[in-house]
Ligand binder design. Structure first.
Ligand code: NI
Length: 136
């Protein structure tokens, strides 16, 4: 079993606030992240897949193919977008990095499986100090 990771970046706006809570409660729980007029992050997305090396190509997967899958199913949908308003796969979800990682996993699972490789981990950095890892 071998693992390979492709990294991508995107910029997106969001806010963390529940519509069923008032401003005081949202500010208490989410602090600056509840700012009604949004804020942005420079996200880094790491997608790790696992499987066996193709003895003909020497590859697990073609990284150009993995890059294209990540762009089609995730990056093109979130880059320079508002995670709360613009992104179909985040509709109805609180735009935390945790929820984003799970949603990205759900976006990528089937397309990656088509290659014969297996999705292993979705890791998203929201800031250089904070990141989430999801293993399904
Ligand atoms: Ni934020």
């Amino acid at each position: 079993m071998i693992y390979i990771t492709r990294k991508a970046s995107f910029n997106a706006a969001h806010k963390l606030a529940r519509t069923d809570w008032d401003d005081d409660k949202n500010n208490e729980v989410y602090g600056k992240c509840a700012n009604p007029n949004w804020h942005g992050h420079n996200y880094w997305l790491y997608v790790t897949v696992k499987g066996e090396i193709n003895q003909e190509t020497g590859f697990l997967v073609d990284l150009k193919w993995l890059k294209d899958v990540m762009n089609t199913y995730v990056v093109d949908k979130v880059d320079h977008k508002n995670l709360n308003l613009d992104v179909d796969f985040m509709k109805g979800k609180l735009a935390s990095t945790e929820n984003l990682a799970v949603a990205v996993w759900d976006q990528l699972l089937a397309p990656i499986a088509e290659s014969g490789a297996v999705l292993h981990c979705v890791k998203i950095y929201e800031t250089e100090n904070n990141f989430v890892e999801y293993f399904g």
